[in-house]
Write a protein that binds this ligand. Structure first.
Ligand code: GCO
Ligand code: MG
Length: 410
């Protein structure tokens, strides 16, 4: 199965996506997601300038060997750009292997461990009324688990909160994608105001929607360890499924302090790239869910190893699935999530209709659960004509400042 062609396709149906397409001499093709939100072209160059020239002519059936060749061979290991590029190659090779075998990738990974994948969506609102409307819209769309993000009195713009009331699933492209434009948007932040406000919001949501609905929250790296501990304690009565990214977790030790004070489940890892980023927090059981995306963690081959390590400590998966993970990356997450034993939950934010036209997919979404479908490979095809209608547009994630002008984690 010699790799004959390797192409990098950049398309922007409502947001930018970078896709690697590998084709073998037999004419089998595979897709891999290499999208790094707001820094897309860096991965394009890494692939086009450094990876494509050494892929062509290799035996595409050797997935692990190709992974090691790209990881160890580069000498410069880890990091989001390298690992997104390797992930794209890895996904594309699994896709090809599935097509060659006539099996969906989850079968190659050991077969299904469950009927489907519980998925959560993103509800948000500046006010309680908007938030409740957004939660209701998600329930109507079939979600059985919901992430709750809220505006904070006195703050104008917060990442993750839709800026208008039409916060309807599939139409919400005014938040979370990197914003198109020449310069990143500035937002504001005040952790004390947020800590005062959030517990009351969860109390109101529980009173309105009852005790059973799984509720999640993303702290987006904004707290110090002691602030995170305080928030975890304050939220305990509302029985959250998880509190995500409570601190900037590249300081893995910070979580020890959080753990000493609260039993709230912790989810971390969407900005991690390798098992090494998880070494301490998994071994010391400082988290409950691994948030990595297949796309940003070296592909199916590497994330599977991270999740198997996590399984030894009863830590589960909670794979990243906002709209900056392309339909190809989402498919890879679904195949992996279906096969592993320690699946927890899958984030599923839903792509726009234009994105669905570019990427033809075979997954199903029923009763709050995702399933990757049974087409051979990953089950996604890319329509080149549709992709060509949407050229790349420069886009940046926002940043934020405290009232005195200090830049803060956003
Ligand atoms: C999430 C995330 C996203 C990321 C975004 C960055 O939990 O879904 O925090 O909103 O910030 O994917 O590219
Ligand atoms: Mg997050």
């Amino acid at each position: 199965m010699i790799i004959d062609r390797a192409e990098v396709i950049v398309t922007s149906p409502d947001r930018n996506f970078v896709t690697l397409k590998l084709t073998t001499e037999e004419g089998l093709s595979g897709l891999g997601d290499a999208t790094l939100n707001g820094r897309e072209l860096a991965v394009v160059s890494y692939l086009r300038d450094h990876v494509v020239p050494i892929l062509v002519g290799r035996d595409g059936s050797c997935i692990e060997d190709t992974w090691q060749f790209l990881y160890r061979g580069a000498y410069w290991r880890r990091g989001p750009i390298t690992m997104a590029a390797i992930a794209a190659v890895d996904m594309a090779l699994w896709d090809i292997k599935g097509k060659a075998a006539g099996m969906p990738v989850y079968q190659l990974l050991g077969g299904a461990s469950r009927r489907g994948l519980l998925a959560y969506g993103h509800a948000s609102g500046k006010s309680q009324e908007e938030l409740f409307d957004s939660i209701r819209a998600h329930l109507e769309k079939g979600y059985h688990a919901i992430r709750v993000q809220t505006g904070v009195p006195g703050l104008k713009a917060i990442y993750g909160i839709a800026s208008n009331a039409t916060n309807v699933v599939g139409q919400r492209y005014d938040h979370e994608p990197a914003q198109r434009g020449a310069y990143p948007r500035e937002e504001d932040w005040d952790t004390r105001a947020y800590l005062r406000h959030l517990p009351g919001v969860f109390e109101a949501v529980r009173n309105e929607f009852g005790p059973e609905l799984p509720l999640l929250h993303d702290g987006h790296h904004r707290m110090t360890p002691i602030q995170a501990a305080k928030l975890g304690k304050a939220l305990e009565p509302y029985d959250l499924f998880w509190l995500e990214d409570c601190t900037p977790a590249e300081n893995q030790e910070a979580l020890r302090l959080v753990r000493q004070h609260t039993t709230i489940p912790l989810a971390i890892g969407e900005i991690f790239n390798t098992v090494w980023d998880y070494q301490q927090i998994i071994r010391e059981q400082l988290i409950d869910y691994v948030r990595s995306a297949v796309t940003h963690t070296g592909g199916i081959s590497h994330l599977k190893k991270v999740l198997e390590f996590a399984a030894q400590y009863q830590i589960k998966s909670g794979m990243h699935g906002p709209t900056d993970i392309s339909p190809v990356g989402m498919a890879a997450a679904m195949h992996l999530g279906l096969a592993i034993h320690n699946f927890g939950i899958q984030e599923y934010m839903q792509h726009s209709e234009n994105a669905h036209r570019v990427f033809q997919q075979s997954f199903t979404w029923r009763d709050g659960m995702l399933h990757p479908g049974d087409k051979p490979g990953l089950g996604v095809e890319l329509d080149r004509d549709e992709a060509g209608k949407y050229p790349y547009q420069r886009a940046y994630l926002p940043y934020n400042r405290l009232a005195d002008g200090t830049i803060h984690d956003w």
